[in-house]
Design a protein around this ligand. Structure first.
Ligand SMILES: Cc1ncc(COP(=O)(O)O)c(C=O)c1O
Length: 378
């Protein structure tokens, strides 16, 4: 059997060897508590401060604005609940129909508490209409929460324009940048972002570490109380994982070119699929799309069946968002796009820096065979 071919990097990524090596000493010898005053712990605190500086550099923030969390879902929930707490007299939030579950479920929870939520529509390519955003704003709006890039389609949203609209209307703006970081330029100042989320496991650090950026001059209400993170997020720091995300961010800063190769592989694959297979549909906004993502359907071919057959060759793709696949419901993102899922049910291919041309060729051959086989059987 061939080595696994992993094309599901939007779901999670392999931990880099360099990341693992950097974090291991902090699971062994360097077990001090960063809050201690003696050097055994304090040295770790200094190291963490340097990591904050690196993360801040990547998103053009100040290091005091960086908070470590347990995951991006926690960062997203904290950001929304903070906005709510900071605006006790307002009861309206604007988000989109294509956000990650951690945003949508927090909004649903707030709906039960009496908040009004506008879920902005997307068109068939998953694009937003900023006029709809502007016309949804009322005196009562306390937050706009819109992702920078969509995990299923790869669409990149016009965050700078959205940030400007939020600023003009004096509304807080939260941005889930989990899928964007390392793939597109993130500049919280230029984009007028008040709060922003990141996750370690999408950038080759382990699962279970997130970041929340909170702009200096906004009010902040913690979700978890305690003295750490400058009183903004309680809990003894998860040192090995903070070290890990620090190394992953350093790797991004040192390798700004890695997306060029990933994009070339994706574009080649897309072209070869279109050339070699009939009746193909590509979902998403081809003009503004992450360099690694390809959401593609083959007429009459059931995505679940295709996925299982690819799996038998040790090839891993997904049929939508990994977080939703156990629900066995059609993807909320594709439903929002009004996709013809009966005829065109898609697989999501999301490449990463470890993928190679040989893997793309191997995948393509198997894909062509499987699609033809499924179609012949009908
Ligand atoms: C867009 C987006 N936001 C948030 C998350 C949640 O990240 P985490 O797993 O760190 O909670 C994900 C992960 O799938 C995601 O794709």
């Amino acid at each position: 059997m061939n080595k696994e071919i992993y094309f599901d990097n939007n779901a999670t990524t392999k931990v880099d060897e360099s990341v693992l090596n950097e974090m291991l000493p902090y699971l062994k010898e360097q077990y001090g508590n960063p809050s201690s005053t003696y050097s055994f712990g304090k040295n770790i605190k200094d190291k963490i401060t340097n990591i904050r500086k690196n993360i801040a550099k990547l998103i053009n923030a100040d290091y005091q604005e960086i908070i470590f969390t347990s995951c991006a879902s926690e960062s997203n929930t904290t950001a929304i609940m903070n906005a709510v707490k900071s605006n006790p007299n307002k009861k309206h939030i604007i988000t989109t129909k294509v956000e990650h579950a951690s945003i949508l479920e927090t909004c649903k929870h707030l709906e039960k508490e009496g908040y009004r939520i506008t879920y902005l529509n997307v068109d068939s390519q998953g694009k937003l209409d900023l006029k709809e955003l502007e016309s949804s704003i009322t005196e009562d709006t306390l937050l706009i929460s819109i992702m920078m890039a969509n995990n299923e389609l790869g669409n990149i949203y016009p965050i700078k324009e959205i940030g400007q609209i939020a600023k003009n209307n004096n509304i807080l703006f939260h941005c889930d940048a989990v899928q964007a970081i390392g793939k597109v330029i993130v500049d919280v100042k230029e984009m007028n972002i008040d709060t922003l989320s990141l996750s370690g496991h999408k950038i080759h650090a382990p699962k279970g570490i997130g970041v929340l950026y909170v702009k200096k001059d906004i009010e902040f209400n913690p979700l978890i109380f305690g003295h750490q993170e400058n009183n903004r997020r309680g809990g003894t720091e998860n040192v090995p994982y903070i070290i890990a995300i620090g190394k992953a961010i350093e790797n991004i800063l040192n390798d700004p070119e890695s997306n060029i190769n990933i994009k070339k592989l994706r574009d080649d694959l897309e072209q070869k699929i279109i050339t070699n297979i009939e009746d193909v549909k590509i979902y998403g906004d081809k003009e503004n799309r992450l360099p690694n993502t390809l959401n593609v359907a083959f007429k009459g071919v059931n995505a679940e069946e295709l996925l299982l057959m690819l799996e038998s060759f040790n090839i891993f793709v997904s049929t939508g968002s990994a977080c939703n696949s156990e629900l066995a419901e059609p993807s909320h993102v594709l439903v929002a796009c009004n996709a013809d899922l009966e005829n065109y049910s898609p697989i999501r291919i999301s490449l990463g820096k470890y993928n190679t041309e040989e893997e793309i060729d191997f995948f393509l051959k198997r894909l062509i065979t499987i699609v033809n086989m499924i179609r012949r059987r009908k």
